[in-house]
Design a protein around this ligand. Structure first.
Ligand code: URA
Length: 209
């Protein structure tokens, strides 16, 4: 699929197996998700713009790279997106964070927005929208719509598992937005859950079931 990047490094595939396993505890699940967000974030951030600054090594003066300009904004789709935040912030502690709260209407599976907070300068930042699951694709599309309403030009989407159905919905709406995922799973079930998937990511991160 065009503009979909499957991050299949052995470490990522190894960790995904433990995320999928229903015996994995809440603490382990959170830890693994943080580790995966760092491994995947490394790749998602590959093209972040850099600029040169002058520094002095113990030996001599040189010019060396740092992340450029206003930098990065991570937009988390609540609540499961927060499971990917810590790891990404560990990679780039200066990143700002936006939140978008969406819940799925259980009958229509259409996302309903209940919260939105973006940094004021988000338009000048590289934005990574994060949600562990790209399932129906509706939440991801709605989140990218909101980011684009803010005149953001550089935006990517990071998830752990995507469904083929969701990817089609996403690509119809935002064909130019790159998606990074560790896996494209088989299909959605009748309730919009991914098969084989990892279950309800929010419940597994927060131990709510
Ligand atoms: N949200 C989840 O947490 N899991 C799915 O499988 C689909 C949506």
């Amino acid at each position: 699929m065009k503009n979909v990047h499957i991050l299949d490094h052995p470490l990522i595939r190894h960790k995904l197996t433990f995320l999928r396993d229903k015996r994995t505890s809440t603490k382990e699940f959170r830890d693994i998700m943080r580790e995966m967000s760092m491994l995947m974030g490394y790749e998602v951030m590959r093209n972040l713009p850099t600029e040169q600054v002058e520094i002095e090594t113990p030996m001599e003066i040189m010019r060396s790279d740092v992340l450029a300009g206003q930098g990065l904004c991570i937009v988390s789709i609540l609540r499961a997106g927060n499971g990917l935040l810590d790891g990404l912030l560990q990679l780039v502690p200066t990143a700002s964070v936006g939140h978008i709260g969406l819940y799925r209407d259980p009958d229509t599976l259409i996302p309903v927005e209940y919260y939105l907070k973006f940094p004021e300068d988000v338009a000048s930042r590289s934005v990574i929208v994060v949600d562990p699951m790209l399932a129906t694709g509706h939440s991801a599309v709605a989140a990218i719509d909101r980011v684009r309403d803010m005149d953001v030009t550089d935006v990517k989407f990071l998830c752990i598992v995507a469904s083929p159905e969701g990817l089609r919905v996403f690509q119809d709406a935002h064909p130019d937005v790159p998606v990074y995922t560790a896996s494209i799973d088989r299909q959605l079930d009748d309730h919009g859950y991914i098969l084989p998937g990892i279950g309800d990511a929010g419940d597994r991160i927060y131990g709510t079931k």
